[in-house]
Design a protein around this ligand. Structure first.
Ligand code: NAD
Length: 259
């Protein structure tokens, strides 16, 4: 049994992971960690402090906020616990903190744990390799009105993938088009646009536009269980992995992706 310490357990993703655990075998939730204000009243097995429960060999699964994520990574390294980390919007110092923890324990970190987005990223690389460099790349993401960061971590990852696929100078992300006489689109730009509203779980479209034709690669997450089952696949991987910084691609390459 893999002992999971679920951080951000009362949140949208925390509740989805809880459901995914109930639908899977091989996992037990050792503790649920969340702020006192958000945890369900009177429920046993909840705590506000991961430090009180996290032990060697446990796997922390976190979907919380950037500062909580960075502090948890340091705690995992200190205690000898693995980490599956999905929070987006970390600043460079916080990302570096997670990487430092990964020198001592196994960490799978990703902006998107869905199998479909992993395949979208591969498809984008294939498409860009087959198209002339002059085709424009525009990324449009849509999320629910409560999302805290913008653009989404997945949109940033897609923009970085597109830049890397282009090689050399790559491409320069442009966040939104501004307003007024913004002028023609610069060559090599990678447009990134965020839409917020309602209850969208996550929608990423990559538009590739040439002269007289365009194509769209698009992933729509309809249910957070898509991310949660990916996170559990990552937890299974982390439980048996050597210390290191891994991504969902490493989990898939090991043949232990979401089912
Ligand atoms: P949410 O606001 O619904 O949940 C976050 C939870 O973390 C809340 O319950 C909050 O109380 C809790 N929290 C905050 N500080 C805490 C602390 N110090 N200790 C314990 N718990 C704490 O948000 P969400 O929609 O579940 O998303 C959480 C994060 O996961 C966001 O950064 C989001 O972008 C990211 N996300 C990632 C993926 C992925 O596949 N990687 C998928 C969906 C969302």
């Amino acid at each position: 049994m893999i002992r999971v310490v679920l951080v951000g357990a009362a949140g949208r993703m925390g509740r989805a992971v809880e459901q995914a655990v109930a639908e899977s075998s091989g996992f037990v939730i050792k503790a649920r960690v969340d702020l006192a204000a958000n945890r369900p009243a009177g429920d046993a097995g909840w705590t506000v402090d991961a430090a009180g429960v996290l032990g060697a060999g446990d796997v922390a699964v976190e979907f919380s906020d950037p500062s909580t994520c960075a502090a948890l990574a340091a705690l995992c390294a200190e205690r000898g616990a693995g980490l599956v980390s999905g929070t987006t919007g970390l600043d460079p110092a916080q990302e570096e903190g997670v990487r430092a923890a990964a020198r001592r324990v196994a960490v799978v970190r990703g902006a998107n744990f869905s199998l479909g987005v992993a395949v979208l990223r591969r498809a984008l690389k294939t498409a860009l390799a087959a198209l002339p460099a002059g085709w424009d790349v525009e990324i449009v993401e849509r999320h629910h009105r409560l999302k805290a960061d913008s653009p989404s971590g997945t949109a940033l990852a897609l923009a970085a993938d597109a830049a890397a696929s282009r090689g050399g100078e790559g491409g320069v992300p442009r966040f939104g088009r501004g307003q007024g006489r913004t002028g023609p689109r610069a060559a090599g730009e990678i447009g990134v646009h965020s839409v917020r509203g309602g209850s969208w779980v996550g929608d990423h479209a990559v538009l590739l536009a040439g002269e007289g034709e365009w194509l769209e690669l698009r992933h729509v997450a309809q249910d957070r269980l898509a991310f949660a089952h990916g996170a559990l696949a990552a937890a299974r991987f982390v439980a048996g992995a050597a210390p290191g910084y891994y991504t969902l691609e490493d989990v898939l390459a090991a043949g232990s992706g979401p089912r």
